[in-house]
Design a protein around this ligand. Structure first.
Ligand code: SF4
Length: 225
């Protein structure tokens, strides 16, 4: 990715492991209320003639915030990028991306869908505002079926996955995904405090097991960093 494009700031998904507030020097309470950049598509049109390279979409926050279903800022940006022939690399946890399959399937690029487990109850605790895991897995499957270059971003790997690695990798394999990026917990002081209050921690053992099982299932595994 050569450039970062974020049609929103803040994020309604409310993931307990989110370190974006620290990176952006925001308060956690403020970060949880997304703000829309209403003129982003117009600004993008003005800036594109001066740049070349891959545009990363959703580098700091999810480009498919709940408000995107009405505001369509990400969709407007995709239209502009498609018209200008730019390659994209997009990240999301939301199945709202499926609305834009028509544009994505005619663009060059890669899409990553973050999946951190398969248990709804745990997802409600760790990612309370995000679509549930099965919807994300289905999203991967539908993107792959549409011929879009898609991978699963598995991270951060938390201890709630311990003992469920096999079921998790099997669910990933069922989507047809051929590549996963795996990421450890990014421990920062405020984050570690929040997670330990909820008894969550990073799990190197689950990470190792997922890597091994994925390789057996014929899925390529790469580290995020
Ligand atoms: S989706 Fe990403 S930006 Fe949004 S709360 Fe979760 S980790 Fe943070």
């Amino acid at each position: 990715m050569d450039y970062a494009l974020n049609p929103y700031s803040g994020c309604a998904h409310g993931c307990v492991y989110c370190y974006a507030p620290e990176v952006t020097h925001s308060k956690w309470e403020d970060w949880r209320v997304p703000k829309a950049k209403m003129n982003i598509a117009r600004r993008l049109s003005l800036e594109l003639p001066n740049i070349k390279g891959v545009i990363g979409i959703g580098t700091v926050t999810d480009p498919y915030q709940p408000a995107e279903s009405e505001l369509e800022l990400t969709r407007q940006c995709l239209r502009v990028l498609k018209e200008q022939g730019f390659r994209i690399h997009m990240h999301t946890k939301s199945d709202l991306i499926l609305r834009d399959i028509d544009l994505l399937s005619e663009m060059e690029g890669t899409v990553g869908i973050t999946v951190t487990g398969i248990c709804e109850r745990e997802s409600k605790m760790t990612e309370p505002g995000a679509p549930m895991p099965l919807r994300r897995l289905e999203t991967i499957r539908r993107l792959a079926d549409a011929g879009i270059d898609v991978y699963a971003l598995v991270g951060p790997v938390l201890n709630h996955l311990e003992g469920k690695e096999e079921a998790f990798v099997s669910a990933l394999a069922d989507t047809g995904v051929k590549l996963i990026y795996i990421d450890s917990l990014n421990s920062r002081p405020l984050l570690s405090e929040r997670l330990s209050r909820m008894r969550f921690r990073g799990s190197p053992s689950a990470e190792r097991r997922i890597k091994d099982l994925a390789q057996v299932a014929g899925i390529e595994v790469r580290p995020v960093f």
